[in-house]
Design a protein around this ligand. Sequence first.
Ligand SMILES: Cc1ncc(COP(=O)(O)O)c(C=O)c1O
Length: 366
Amino acid sequence: MILCSNPKAQYLTHKDEIDFAVRRVLSGDQFVLGKNVREFEKEFSEYIGSRHSVSVGNGTDALCLVMRAMGLGPGDEVIAPSHTATATIAAITMAGAIPVFADVEPVHYTLDPLSVSQAITPKTKGIIVVHLYGQPADMDRIVEIARQNNLKLIEDCAQASGATYNNRRVGSIGDAGCFSFYPTKNLGALGDGGAIVTSDSFLADQVRRLRQYGWDENRVSQCAGYNSRLDELQAAVLRVKLKYLEADNAKRVSLAQKYKDELNQLSLEPVSLRAGCSHVYHLYVIGVERRDALVAYLKSRGIIAGIHYPVPVHLMPAYTLETSLESTLTNTNRIAKRVLSLPMYPELVESDQNQVVDALKEFLRP
Ligand SMILES: Cc1ncc(COP(=O)(O)O)c(C=O)c1O
């Protein structure tokens, strides 16, 4: 069986170091928000190039807490793509704000700046831009829109740890960046985890309070908070994995290059690359006709393809706010029927990737 992502393989690659780090935590006496968490936060903010990093329980909480820290809440509209992980939108409603859906660009599949401009109303207070599949969105234009309209700009970097836009790491460009360390992510823990990065010291302090009941240093709640903390085991694992993130991302890039070279004669569309960016290929996504038949064919050959995402969030019963959106989210609706994610993880071996390529050629060759 060739999986779409494979966090177990990643663990086995670094098993000795991870096991050692885990044993050290177990022989210590602090299990939540301890030394490993502090060290990881320092190392991660240095890696991203932001002044602060505050770890939390998961990526959804990272988005929710940063919105709360920015003062976004009831009555405020936050613009986000519908073509994203449900978590992006769930976080907006968790913060009490109102999600407003914008379309994505037809070939890069990331937030379309024009659609964002059209979605702005007097109630708009923020934008969440998602660096989808590991590729940065059009930040120059989105930063400009946020600045002109006095909107908070949050980068959802859950899928893009290490990606760069004009030589800056994603997460360091907007007001804050939010990361997920879910096991399949490019930087994945062995459980849940997340972080907010920002160079705004006030914002970092606010998030630090919110993650623990709104407590100040005297354990007095100064605002109504949450419980969303990273534990020492996950932080210790993340410290090991962070050292290998660049090398792992480079492996993903070379696997992607091989897919691109091998599949370029077939009738499929790979996601286009944005100039001036590095894509870190959390997912290798193609657009194809007869997508569902292809998924079934691959499965019959022992290959598990993913679909990110089959139902745009604006069409999910929980988040359907306006049916009129159907006409404005044209690219979103088209893409949802065509996208397919091929196996992609640093440990994917050549013979397995060849099998994937061969199966695609058999199915798609005219
Ligand atoms: C784009 C995006 N945003 C947010 C999240 C939420 O992360 P988590 O699963 O850690 O809550 C994810 C991951 O599922 C994601 O892919």
